[in-house]
Design a protein around this ligand. Structure first.
Ligand SMILES: [Zn+2]
Length: 386
């Protein structure tokens, strides 16, 4: 029996508590008699549904192996992310197969990788062919939803593809979505130029999420209707947003969050260059790119254009707090409980008796932003700062 006790201030109320976990599960939460302002905040571990890689490991370009996956798991813990979904994007059929195979093997090989990876997010290749919505996904590999092909990948992934981003503009989409739902794969709408009718019909078929809404879109859209309004108006869609302060203007983040209420949530969409020293790099999709000291990733020949995200989820949480878009409680929940709920994960109700102890300890700075102090995964301290 492995017991751990964790003291801190509950992130919602500030009340001093002690959490006792046995074998990774929360057994008891007790109030401490004395209030202690110096205790860190205790919050649920962060959950990131879109992680393309980190620290030079890229889930979308070989070589990467099982050990590299484990390295990313550890890097995520250092960022307060206790659960994430490695994201495989549009590529040649056999490449996708190879990548999901490697990710599945990494899960099989190590229980701590298995526990930290909630499944694979396959983003593509059933996306829009149009420039703009297509984003950086390679046109030559984009295709209509194909169930036999998806099954091949799902077999290679040992059933671990749990989230699929597609565009419902394909006539095959609704039937495909229904099959995904029957197999408990969550379908998210993204990289789309779908009509209002196609979006409504995809939701009817069971689509439940929008992938990084507002990015992977045309530069100019009809005022209405358009696919952004239509997704905002669908109450059944969870709305994932990249809140690094670069991908969406703060005003847009604010409006999306207000429109979506409890269904608003954050993803990082972080790429392999995150966690690397600033400098000039070659990226397999973006070509020559620049990583600034502030963590902004842009095209080397046109720094106005973003080349992906290099900031982790806590940075997005802090962006919302710093700019007064959401409270620290709401911001943290947008990066933990809500993504966990959208994927029906065991941590969706946060730190309650009977749930796994996936938690982070945070210090609140003078400007209310949060600094990570320690990370617990399944009741084990997996990272602690100085
Ligand atoms: Zn994308």
């Amino acid at each position: 029996m492995r017991e751990v006790r964790l003291q801190g201030r509950e992130y919602q109320t500030g009340a001093a508590i002690e959490i006792t976990a046995v074998d990774g599960m929360i057994r008891q939460i007790a109030a401490l008699k004395e209030a202690n302002e110096s205790l860190p905040l205790i919050a649920p571990g962060l959950v990131d549904l879109q992680v393309n890689g980190f620290g030079g490991v890229d889930f979308n370009s070989f070589p990467f192996d099982e050990q590299d996956v484990e390295q990313v798991v550890q890097a995520m813990w250092q960022q307060g992310v206790t659960t994430f979904m490695p994201t495989v994007i549009t590529n040649a059929d056999h490449e996708i197969e190879q990548m999901v195979t490697t990710l599945a093997k990494a899960c099989q090989r190590s229980p701590r990788v298995e526990q930290s990876i909630a499944g694979i997010h396959l983003e593509g290749p059933f996306l829009s062919l149009q420039d703009g919505p297509r984003g950086a996904h390679q046109r030559g590999y984009i295709k209509a939803p194909d169930w036999a092909l998806f099954q091949r990948w799902q077999d290679a992934a040992q059933g671990r593809i749990r989230l699929l981003t597609l565009s419902p503009e394909w006539p095959e989409a609704d039937e495909f979505i229904r099959r995904c739902v029957a197999e408990k794969v969550v379908v998210s709408i993204g990289h789309t130029s779908a009509s209002a009718e196609q979006i409504a019909s995809a939701v009817q078929a069971g689509a439940r999420m929008s992938t990084h809404l507002g990015n992977g879109a045309h530069l100019t859209l009809p005022r209405h209707p358009n696919y952004i309004w239509e997704q905002l108006a669908q109450d059944d869609l969870w709305c994932a947003m990249i809140a690094d302060g670069e991908h969406l203007p703060l005003s847009v983040l604010k409006v999306f969050i207000r429109a979506k209420g409890e269904h608003a949530m954050l993803v990082s969409d972080v790429t392999s260059l995150a966690g690397m020293p600033p400098g000039r790099y070659h990226s397999h999709i973006g070509g020559e790119v620049l990583l600034s000291a502030e963590g902004r990733l842009s095209m080397a020949d046109n720094p106005a254009l973003l080349a992906g995200s290099a900031q982790c989820l806590l940075h997005g949480v802090n962006t919302l707090i710093k700019h007064g878009i959401a409270t620290h409680v709401q911001s943290l929940e947008m990066a933990s409980l809500r993504p966990a709920s959208s994927m029906n994960l065991p941590t969706q109700q946060g730190l309650i008796v009977g749930a796994p102890l996936d938690a982070i300890l945070l210090q609140q700075a003078a400007d209310q932003t949060l600094v990570l102090r320690a990370t617990y995964k399944n009741g084990v301290e997996v990272w602690r700062g100085e």
